[in-house]
Design a binder for this molecule. Structure first.
Ligand code: PMP
Length: 385
């Protein structure tokens, strides 16, 4: 079939299956976002600490940075970090990340997507095996696809199955890499990191944890679920993003020095892309300094999530997870689309999440909470539901 005909047919099929995606025009406004001129409570962002609704934080950043020697507000790195783009902000940000993570080495990337499509292809060979949770994020899957290693997926969070694969396969490969998210963004559930560390040690595997939805939100200082379990030093690579709870852009990974040096030499999504603008890198460091101390905001966020989950269950609804992400599972695509539409009409910014993002038959709307929300917001959501 010729390209145009094929694309049009596929787009029509997506529309028929209620899976057609398009870009909405939204204007953020504190905890709300304007859609078609109407303010809706934004329950679809990853701004988990609510920092985007906090303009004085931005003002404090601008004031503080005005007095630094280098051009803190520059808007372009002008080239790759490997050429002339490695401005002083990078060094300071990586220092700050390292300090947060028990002085382990760290490396900053342009995004979590860049981190995930770059790390596995750089580190693995065809004599290695990657074991990946079945619900891992698309960026992890793309990294696996780009790598030469063999891979197997284990059922979501099923560490017995993971161990069975490790038992069977660990002798046949040079290295085994286990990769999983800590907090899963579709179900809001959390991987059992202590057991993953046990398995990694027992089978001499490398463990990579993507804490995109855990950093800022979990752990005494916001290092993520790894910090809650005191496992920062036991996980080979911990990945965090700046674009979610830290309200910035970019990502980082914590690792040992050999891996860091190797990635700088071999990781294509680090080498062959323009670095992040200094202003963004400086803002990330400023925000880290603040969020380390935001334990009460984290506690508030977790109590809001618990209130919403309990409320949904008490009303006979289906939900799951243990994090700031609270799904409301309805089943069919059509029901999810209709429910999301109704909730938007009632003032809640939610969107349907459908296969292939989630397993077939588990379409849902997802409430992504932030620490800027109040108990009253949760009560309002429950009333509307
Ligand atoms: N990892 C996970 C688990 C994610 O959910 C996401 C973004 N949704 C990413 C990585 C990508 O991060 P970024 O938005 O910084 O590219």
């Amino acid at each position: 079939m010729k390209l145009k005909d094929r694309l049009e047919k596929e787009l029509d099929d997506l529309k028929l299956a209620d899976q057609f995606r398009f870009l909405r025009q939204l204007t953020p406004d504190g905890t709300h976002s304007h859609l078609d001129g109407k303010p809706l409570l934004n329950l679809s962002s990853n701004d988990y600490l609510g920092l985007s609704a906090w303009p004085q934080l931005r003002r404090e950043f601008y004031e503080q940075m005005e007095h630094t020697a280098d051009d803190a507000f520059a808007l372009s790195a002008t080239s790759s970090r490997l050429l002339t783009g490695n401005h002083p902000g990078y060094l300071r940000l990586e220092d700050a990340v390292s300090q947060m993570y028990n002085n382990r080495d760290s490396l900053v990337f342009n995004s979590g997507y860049h981190a995930n499509v770059g790390i596995l292809p750089a580190l693995t060979t065809r004599k290695d095996l990657i074991l990946s949770d079945k619900l891992n994020h698309a960026s992890i899957i793309d990294g696996i696809r780009l790598s030469e290693a063999e891979f197997k997926r284990y059922p979501h969070l099923d560490l017995d199955k993971l161990e069975a694969i490790l038992q069977k396969e660990s002798q046949h490969y040079d290295n085994i890499f286990i990769i999983t998210e800590s907090v899963f963004s579709m179900d809001g559930d959390i991987a059992d990191l202590p057991r993953l560390v046990d398995l990694k040690e027992k089978y001499d595997a490398m463990l990579i944890i993507d804490e995109a939805h855990g950093v800022g939100v979990f752990g005494e200082r916001g290092c993520g679920v790894c910090e809650e379990h005191n496992l920062i030093d036991k996980i080979d690579i911990i990945i965090g993003t700046f674009g979610k709870a830290f309200c910035s852009a970019g990502a980082y990974a914590v690792m040992d020095k050999t891996i860091r040096d190797y990635l700088i030499n071999k990781m294509r999504s680090l080498i062959f892309t323009t670095g992040l603008p200094p202003v963004v890198v400086n803002w990330s460091r400023f925000v880290l300094g603040k969020t380390i101390k935001m334990q009460s905001n984290r506690n508030h966020l977790h109590s809001l999530a618990e209130k919403l989950r309990t409320g949904i269950r008490n009303a006979g609804g289906e939900t799951c997870g243990k994090s700031q992400i609270v799904p409301y599972i309805v089943g069919s695509n059509t029901d999810a689309v209709k429910l999301a539409e109704k909730l938007r009409e009632a003032g809640l910014m939610v969107f349907p999440i459908r296969p292939p993002t989630v397993p077939k038959g588990s379409a849902r709307v997802r409430f992504s909470l932030t620490a800027a929300m109040t108990e009253q917001d949760i009560e309002r959501i429950l009333e509307i539901l």
